[in-house]
Each structure stands twice: as C-alpha cells, then as structure tokens.
Write a protein that binds this ligand. Structure first.
Ligand code: ZN
Length: 368
C-alpha cells in the first residue's frame, strides 16, 4: 500500500461567485475539501494524504490525523501538483493519486477501481462521455467533435510515481491535468469509466439544491436516581438519570424526531417500539440509522438548533461536550449545531429537578 493521495486546493476559484474559495464552501454538511479528505481516509488505501493549499492558516487551526499533511501550493494548478511531487519524493512512493478538491462527489469505490487497475498500468484516469455536443475552434472556423469520440477526464488520476515525477519536472508549460503529461509523450494511459456524479464544482450554481424542509422535535423524561445521565449522547455527571425504555436521552430523541419530521416519516416511536429489543438501548443507536437514511436520500443538514430545558445540570458547563458528541453521531460540523440552555424559574417538574425536556428545530436540504 505504497500509495499517496494529493488533493489540489490552491485555486482561487475566480469563476466561483463567492468571496470564499470554493473548496471551503459548506456543501452537504461539510466544506467541499473535507469530502475528499474523508473519502481518502476511509478508503484506507493511502499512506499519506497531502493537501496543497495557499490558505495554510485555515488548515493549521484544524486537527488532522498524522497521515494528513499540509503543504503550500503554487500559482497554477500544475505548479501545485509539482510541489506535491517534489515533497513526496523522499518517501519513495510507488503510486500517487492527484485529485482536485473541487470534486467532492467521487466514490470510495472509484478509488478501489483505480487502485486495481494500477497493478498492470502506469497511469489510470477515469473518464465519462460528454452529455453535450462539443465544437472546437481553429482560427475562425468551428468544427464538430463527434460526441461518442469525446471523453471528459476526471480526477482522481493515478500514476506510477517515478514516471509522473520525471514528466512533471521536465514540463515547463502549464497543463490542465496530469493525464496531459502522459498524452503529450504518447505514454499509455488506462482509461476507466468515471462517475457522472463526480462533477467538478466550478460555478456556484453547480451546487444544485432542490427543496429545503424543516422539522420540529420535542421530548421530556423524568429524572430518577441510580441511572446515568446522557444528553446528546454525552455522559454527564449528575445525581440522577433520565427514566425511559432507552437511556432516556431527550436531546437525541428530539433530534431524531426533528429529522423524521423534516423527512415526513412519522415519529421515533414508529421505528423504535417499547419492546425487549430496544430495552436500555443507547439513543445514538436509534439516531444513527435515521441519519444514514437522511444522507442516503441525498439530504444534508443545514443547521440544528436545540433548547435544553432543565434547572440543573448547567448547560453552559457541558455545552462543548454535548455539541462535540452530537457532531460525531450526526457527522455534521460543530459550527452547524447550536445548543441553548433554558431554566424554568424553578417551576413545575422541571424546576424541581424531576424532569428534563428538550426541543429541536432542524433544516435539511436535498442536493440533486
Ligand atoms: Zn424520549
């Protein structure tokens, strides 16, 4: 597994109508670049993932695994690619994958397919056929390019490291992708079927969203002695825990119901009945399949706003812990989650520390 994965993210996105470079735009719950990092990590195919960027500060603030390295990019795409190859040389890689951060929608399966094809080939490039008819211009004349003979190249593109390195250091002009280096020398490339969903985000309106929905969740449980307290999946030290068939986590129950509401799929009780099967179940086990379903249906969470209603424990003390836990379970950025603490002036069951309630509102959007 002597493979390395390079993510080119140094572009300024001149064509993207937004002040923020497009690779840092939030898309499907996370920044565009994070999709590529996550998939490369999840595939377990790479020794190291190298992010080439001109925004080092933005990446420095984050905690990455040891296997993720950040290096400074160049002016043009090919400069950044060359910088990554020069950086990697000391590791003596066998293969290197070069990928544009602006393509967040490739699948881990595509990575596996490329790896398999690298066994017998020095260059593997995914391609799709064009949906539009293409013309090309020579001086003032325009010619037809036969659609069935036209191929659109995608990334990741993968190469035997030494071959690509040698070609890249010799190339003085600016090339659009690494496949061009091989083609210019008439070197063989194995073209494999790419993915139509692996589109490049160039313009803001390449991010097509259809409808946005909202969902509301509410829950209340009694507090009882001799039970652990879980809020948002985090264990909170307290004199009592929440009574219920499950761990009684009012926060996760409210989130689950809010999602089901936004998806128009009834309520938590419909899927998790008070039967033996779910006795003392951790609520994260109920939320996870609902979240999985949400993502499978091409929905993403825009934001999650939570009111946790209790006299004690003090929400402000445990806010970070609870938000971190929710972020982990739902796989959404912490910045999209807001947790507010509300007391009830010592009124009623909640005021006497005999119950905890929670309400949640969620917004979700479908990506086409
Ligand atoms: Zn509940």
């Amino acid at each position: 597994m002597n493979n390395y994965f390079v993510i080119l993210a140094a572009g300024k996105s001149r064509r993207f109508n937004n002040k923020l470079a497009k690779q840092y735009f939030v898309y499907k719950n996370k920044e565009i670049i994070d999709h590529s990092i996550e998939k490369a990590l999840n595939s377990k195919l790479f020794k190291q993932i190298i992010i080439v960027t001109n925004n080092l500060n933005r990446h420095k603030k984050r905690k990455y695994l040891k296997s993720v390295k950040i290096i400074k990019g160049g002016k043009e795409r090919s400069d950044s690619s060359l910088k990554a190859l020069k950086y990697l040389r000391k590791y003596r890689p066998k293969n290197v994958f070069i990928h544009d951060a602006a393509r967040p929608n490739f699948s881990v399966n595509l990575l596996k397919k490329i790896t398999k094809n690298l066994k017998n080939n020095k260059a593997v490039v995914p391609v799709v056929s064009s949906k539009d008819s293409i013309k090309y211009k020579v001086k003032d004349q325009i010619f037809n390019l036969q659609r069935e003979n036209s191929l659109l190249t995608q990334t990741p593109q993968a190469f035997r490291f030494n071959e690509l390195y040698n070609l890249a250091v010799k190339e003085k002009s600016n090339v659009n992708d690494e496949a061009t280096l091989f083609l210019n020398k008439d070197y063989k490339i194995k073209f494999i079927a790419g993915e139509n969903s692996n589109n490049k985000i160039t313009y803001l309106n390449d991010i097509k969203t259809s409808k946005t929905f909202h969902g509301l969740g509410f829950d209340i449980h009694r507090l009882v002695k001799n039970k652990k307290l879980y809020l948002g999946g985090a264990k909170i030290p307290f004199h009592s825990g929440l009574k219920g068939h499950s761990d009684g986590d009012v926060v996760l129950h409210s989130i689950t119901d809010a999602i089901l509401g936004a998806l128009r799929r009834k309520d938590i009780g419909t899927y998790f009945t008070n039967t033996k099967k779910y006795k003392n179940i951790r609520s994260s086990k109920m939320l996870r399949p609902v979240i999985k379903n949400l993502y499978k249906s091409n929905f993403s969470i825009n934001n999650l706003d939570i009111n946790l209603i209790c006299e004690q424990p003090k929400v402000s003390i445990y806010r970070t812990r609870i938000v971190n836990s929710i972020s982990k379970i739902t796989n959404i950025k912490k910045g999209l989650i807001n947790l507010k603490g509300k007391t009830v002036e010592k009124l009623g069951l909640i005021g006497k520390e005999k119950a905890i309630a929670c309400e949640v509102i969620i917004s979700i959007t479908k990506y086409d």
